[in-house]
Design a protein around this ligand. Structure first.
Ligand code: AMP
Ligand code: ZN
Length: 664
């Protein structure tokens, strides 16, 4: 064998062992022998760099460092799932979908893995990229990190399609999670809170060799692509398994909701025997043609439903109630608990929401309380064990003054939250607004973290986000934990933020109720901050999906002189306060006021490109046909029930070419 043949033979052999070990859980050689072969391959690759392969098994150990994860749009949007909690919920769902599709409906039941969603793209059997779910439309390219996960195949087996995407969940099994925590505790570090957050946090580590050390796994559940020749979800799972993916064997077919419930009830009990966390079951319409006909709402597929298991509860002692002040001045009471294990993790704090909640449950310091963990990170207090209440305990007196600046708190009509009205002078509010401004989804300022903001505010170097642009290295260097290099990076990071597009700047300003999506909408509509500032409340509410609450908040924001000064200062510093020429060029109003439904498979553009074209030209994309639909753009394989519906409502059905002609 020449060196190239030897290298290839070793790569194939190691790949197979890797598969046996991590996907099948059935190793056929000892760890020692595996390591020896890996070392042999490493040595050969070093002496023969000409045979480099980015998917070689030796690269599982990582080493590449990513400073900035590139944002990548998803070819197929990554949806969320609707939730159900009871038999009735499932029966209602079945009724709804039976109205929309013809024929018998069969379901696949799968476990709902609790981790971080992931989209993997394979081209010619090789892993091309791995992208996080992000906001569903775009995510982060974390390929270098995902490559280190042993159950993710780098080279597929069998008869796979030339190009496809596969969706799955990156999880951290309990065993591995506990081992990581033992090591952390031994090193005097805080243990990680739960497997899910640790898994998703791992994906964003900069050093991939750190990721390689974590016992992550990737469990797959769906394949997306054009002309794959697959007709059911169950077949999806089988195919993925054949190609070398780890697809848990627990999935079952069910012919009725009763059979679905049998599955649910079984796993509600047996989930505790699984090596990883599951918070429910995902039920999917098995037939892909029926799925296509059912389509999606704006958030989730109509053809799938998550069934959430009832959360686990434990009781523990509430040691103290403390209060946090957010960036909007909202006060959040926090329960500090005697640490307790809950669903495999240690819980120390729980949110108490607001004064009403405390009063309603009559929660007092020293009480023994029931704590429950639902989907969210911070567990909830569900009630008090009154039998354990100490004599002489008195009801909780909610604070009346801000714990940070001693200003009297206010509570607006109809709102549950108390607020500190000292917007300009309350330190956590000042820092909070700047922290929001620099956050990842806003200006994403590299080299500047939340703690540094607090430090800068405490040292009176900044009071607002416009001040950031006047910071100098000389001012920063003397601060605690700052060195010349970090000060330089900070200033460079701030400078770089001047390139962030207008829609994100608008989000960064921190106008109440103007989240990412609303900011996008307003930026698209007004195209510049000046136009937005000139808009009246009536102008604003005339925009689709902008309601009174948002409109009022925008008007109120710009009616403050301080805010106008801030905006003007940002403008002077060169922050993007209007959309770019390029964005302008790609956006037209040709389809203004028209609503489109897209159905089927297309020749010239992908479904997603088609949707983007509609939106960029001012049109609206909707998931289902109604009297308000202007056109249905139909490709191959358009669902028959959609066609009937369009015809009965007299909605014109146009082809891809008709559509392209419309915008050209
Ligand atoms: P949620 O984030 O609660 O809306 O739930 C949707 C998420 O569930 C998806 O984005 C997936 O990441 C995750 N999920 C876990 N297991 C499955 C499964 N078997 N099928 C589909 N989605 C799943
Ligand atoms: Zn305050």
């Amino acid at each position: 064998m020449n060196p190239q043949q030897k290298i290839n033979a070793l790569r194939d052999e190691l790949r197979e062992h890797n598969y046996n070990y991590y996907v099948l859980d059935n190793p056929t050689i000892s760890d020692y022998d595996f390591d020896m072969k890996l070392k042999e391959l490493q040595a050969l690759e070093e002496t023969h760099p000409e045979f480099h392969d980015p998917n070689s098994p030796t690269l599982r150990v990582g080493g590449e460092v990513t400073k900035n994860f590139e944002t990548i749009p998803h070819t197929y949007r990554m949806y969320s799932l609707d939730n159900s909690y009871s038999k009735e919920d499932l029966e209602d769902w079945e009724k709804r979908i039976k109205k929309l599709v013809d024929g018998e409906i069969e379901y696949t039941c799968e476990l709902k893995y609790d981790g971080a969603s992931m989209s993997l793209t394979y081209e010619d059997g090789k892993l091309l990229r791995a992208v996080t779910r992000g906001d569903g439309f775009q995510g982060d390219n974390v390929t270098t990190n995902v490559k280190t996960i042993n159950s993710v195949p780098l080279q597929l087996k069998g008869n796979y399609p030339p190009l496809f995407e596969i969706r799955g969940e990156i999880i951290l099994p309990f065993d591995g999670f506990n081992k990581m925590n033992e090591e952390r505790i031994a090193a005097g570090e805080e243990p990680y809170r739960n497997p899910r957050n640790t898994a998703s946090g791992s994906l964003k580590l900069q050093d991939s060799s750190e990721v390689a050390k974590r016992p992550l796994e990737c469990l797959l559940y769906s394949i997306k692509g054009e002309r794959l020749g697959i007709t059911t979800q169950f077949e999806n799972l089988e195919k993925a398994r054949e190609w070398g993916f780890k697809v848990p064997a627990e999935a079952r077919l069910a012919k009725s909701i009763d059979e679905v419930l049998e599955y649910v009830n079984y796993w509600d009990v047996h989930r505790h025997d699984l090596p990883y966390e599951t918070d429910g079951v995902v039920i999917k319409v098995n037939n892909l043609q029926q799925q296509e006909e059912l389509g999606h709402t704006s958030k989730a597929p109509r053809w799938a439903m998550a069934y959430k298991f009832k959360a686990e509860q434990v009781s523990t002692v509430l040691k103290e109630i403390t209060y946090q002040v957010g960036r909007t001045g909202a006060i959040t009471p926090v329960a500090n608990l005697e640490p307790v294990e809950l669903a495999g993790t240690i819980v120390k704090r729980a949110s108490l929401h607001n004064a009403d909640q405390i009063a309603k449950l009559d929660i007092r310091e020293g009480d023994t309380v029931y704590v429950e963990k639902g989907g969210e990170i911070i567990p909830k207090i569900m009630g008090v064990d009154l039998s354990k209440r100490k004599v002489g305990s008195s009801p909780t007196q909610y604070i009346t003054q801000c714990p940070e600046c001693a200003t009297d708190l206010i509570r607006k009509e109809g709102e549950a939250q108390h607020y500190c009205p000292n917007v300009e002078g309350c330190p956590p509010q000042i820092a909070g607004r700047i922290q929001h401004y620099i956050s990842r989804k806003a200006m994403d300022i590299e080299g500047l973290g939340g703690e540094t903001v607090v430090l800068l505010v405490e040292n009176k170097l900044i009071e607002n986000y416009a001040d950031l642009y006047e910071l100098t290295q000389e001012q920063i260097i003397p601060l605690e934990r700052m060195a010349e290099k970090s000060a330089e990076n900070l200033v460079l990071g701030i400078e770089a933020s001047k390139k962030i597009p207008f829609e994100r700047v608008l989000f960064a300003l921190g106008i109440r109720y103007v989240g990412e999506t609303v900011a996008k909408k307003l930026a698209r509509h007004y195209k510049s901050i000046d136009a937005l500032m000139a808009a009246s409340e009536e102008d604003l509410v005339a925009i689709d999906e902008i309601g009174d609450r948002i409109a009022e908040s925008v008007i109120s924001f710009f009616s403050s002189e301080e805010n106008v000064t801030l905006v003007n200062r940002l403008k002077e510093h060169g922050v993007q306060l209007e959309i770019s020429e390029e964005e302008r060029a790609n956006q037209t109003d040709t389809l203004q006021g028209k609503t489109f439904v897209v159905s089927g498979v297309f020749e010239k553009v992908s479904r997603n490109e088609l949707k983007k074209l509609i939106e960029n030209n001012g049109g609206k994309v909707s998931g289902s046909i109604s009297g308000k639909t202007s056109f249905v753009v139909a490709g191959d394989n358009m669902g028959p029930s959609k066609r009937t519906k369009a015809e009965s409502l007299g909605v014109p059905i146009i082809s891809e070419d008709d559509f392209l002609a419309m915008i050209s």
